[in-house]
Design a protein around this ligand. Structure first.
Ligand code: FES
Length: 108
């Protein structure tokens, strides 16, 4: 198995209805994950990019959230319509998509 250049983790955490933290699944995380896998398949980039689901990665209320390694770039409120841009600009072009970056305040 070749080592991926980029590894994309899509938050697929769910929580019961009414939970105070909400969840990325509640905000469309499952559909987003499927769309990432479809894009990966469409582009046939399995030898360069890995896409995995993950549990909660932090800012649940502004999900669905996506984490990209090796940079540790966190994207928030990602929509299916953002996926092509993430592939083109970041996963292949090595430049993060600024408008989707998590606000720095969440790290304080
Ligand atoms: S549920 Fe996705 S970041 Fe917490």
């Amino acid at each position: 198995m070749p080592k991926p250049r980029k590894h994309v983790f899509v938050c697929s955490q769910s929580r019961p209805p009414g939970h105070p933290k909400g969840s990325c699944v509640q905000n469309g995380g499952s559909e987003l994950l499927q769309a990432f896998w479809q894009e990966l398949q469409k582009r046939n980039l399995f030898d360069q990019i890995a896409v995995s689901y993950t549990g909660c990665i932090g800012p649940c209320d502004i999900g669905p959230n996506v984490l990209v390694y090796p940079e540790g770039t966190l994207y928030v409120r990602v929509e299916k319509s953002d996926i092509a841009e993430i592939f083109d600009q970041h996963l292949l072009g090595d430049t993060p998509v600024e408008r989707l970056l998590a606000p720095t305040e969440i790290w304080n």
